[in-house]
Design a protein around this ligand. Sequence first.
Ligand code: KG4
Ligand code: ZN
Length: 334
Amino acid sequence: MKILAIDTSCDESCAAIVDTDAWKLCADVVLSHTQSMEAYGGIVPEVASREHLKALPLAVREALARAGLALNEIDHIAVTHRPGLIGALLVGVTYAKSLAFALKKPFSIHDHLQAHLFSPCLISLEGGEPPKFPWLALVVSGGHTELFHAESPARYRWLGGTLDDAAGEAFDKIGKLLQLPYPAGPRIDKWVRESATPEDRARFAFPRSKPDDFQFSFSGLKTSVANQIRKLEPLSDADRLALAASAQEAIIDALVDRVESSQRALGVGQIVVAGGVACNSRLREKLPGAYFPPPRHCSDNAAMVGLLAALLEKEGRLENAPWTATPIAHAELA
Ligand code: KG4
Ligand code: ZN
């Protein structure tokens, strides 16, 4: 089966093709719209929807070209339907459904977080060995900071998550306070890695909040950085670097602390980390025993959606989505 996968949950138009017989990723296209958002210092949902309208057909066409396939050779269309920006999601879902209807092929809807959660298995589509189940998984991105216990792609349990901001959001908002362009996470990581000293990392003792088990909170950290900036203003470049380094240290310490305490509580050996913030070099350094997918598999992509559909199909649990709304009760449908 050749699966065309689509993800438009945020500000990237993503299309990928997975061949389940060859167990291979045939194409993985990500058209990013972060540049259109730079002027606004963050994502504007309406702008994201309009960018998807223009870019999604191009992403699909490019994926087909890279895979050397025609549209009618696609057997199934898998699309992300939650969570994310509603307008952006609707563009992807409507596009996928219309395409499936025109091609007379089945389509299925998938959870973006579940796709991130099993993205460590993407390596298997490239001939690599994925980490063995069960996992304690930290899914950490611009919109989410969640802990899961996973036994297989169809059997997993949400343990807890952030009470307010996500870790990626904290990176981006703190970066904005430091006048870094959006998205600030990768920029803070690179700047601190290349230029900060251990003294910079320790200069400001920002809070490492510890709510209940399996929970995170980052909004207090953001306020604390804003207060510190007000005290120091005008900021020198050395101040900005130390603020970025100390804030990154606080975010990473909070993540690592929760992952390690959850691991002890559950007695699970294998830790996996997924989502955009899993690209962070300091997080990788501080969790040396964890499995981190290659960075191209961490940030948003449709390959993980195609893989999720493929894994579910392998377990006989891939469900085709219905075509239409109906006033008839479920029992009468058959
Ligand atoms: O998973 P993702 O691509 O999109 C969402 O579903 O949110 O994650 C994007 C987030 C952004 O907040 C970005 O700043 C953050 O991941 N990010 C990083 C790094 N690379 C991306 N944060 C810290 N360090 C990085 N190297
Ligand atoms: Zn994501």
